[in-house]
Design a protein around this ligand. Structure first.
Ligand code: HEM
Length: 141
């Protein structure tokens, strides 16, 4: 697990800063028992352990997807906007960028030099996550 600073803009010229926790897929994959269930939907990680008994589609389908990327099956069902809204309650972080499959809306845009490059030579990837917000992945420098 890694927590990094994420810088985003709401498009109105006002920046916002939130800490995002990143999880490697191998870490998510370990949470695959009825005692603890995590799954990934569209690059985001959800801890749905306490939702198992409440899921209108039953717990079986969730257990089948436990520890894995459930984006496709989530979409195949045609979940309502209420269901999408419910997801927020179980959000715990994002899939680590190194584990993201390149796809539109979630793609790595490039590698930028660290703005402090007079003092250091760090570089960091710039990707589009969170509905188009630009995320700068910084290493301490
Ligand atoms: C945390 C993630 C999920 C949430 C919050 C969620 C929420 C819901 C909700 C609220 C419904 C009621 C119908 C609706 O409003 O769309 C529903 C139905 C259903 N869900 Fe999920 N769901 C999740 C994940 C999944 C996954 C991964 C599957 C995998 C196949 C799944 C399969 C189903 C099925 C089969 C139904 C029943 C559809 C029906 O009877 O018409 N759900 N879910």
């Amino acid at each position: 697990m890694a927590t990094v600073e994420a810088s985003g803009s709401d498009g109105k010229g006002q920046g916002s800063e939130t800490a995002v926790t990143y999880y490697r897929l191998e870490e998510v994959a370990k949470r695959n028992t009825a005692k603890e269930i995590w799954l990934v939907i569209h690059g985001r990680v959800y801890d749905i352990t306490r939702f198992l008994n409440e899921h209108p589609g039953g717990e079986e389908v969730l257990i089948e997807q436990a520890g894995a990327d459930a984006s496709e099956s989530f979409e195949d069902v045609g979940h309502s906007s209420d269901a999408r809204e419910m997801l927020k309650q179980y959000y715990i972080g994002d899939v680590h960028p190194s584990d993201l499959k390149p796809q539109s809306g979630n793609k790595l845009l490039g590698i930028l030099d660290c703005p402090h490059r007079r003092r250091c030579s760090h570089r960091f990837p710039v990707s589009l996550l969170h509905g188009g917000k630009q995320i700068l992945l910084r290493r301490p420098c």
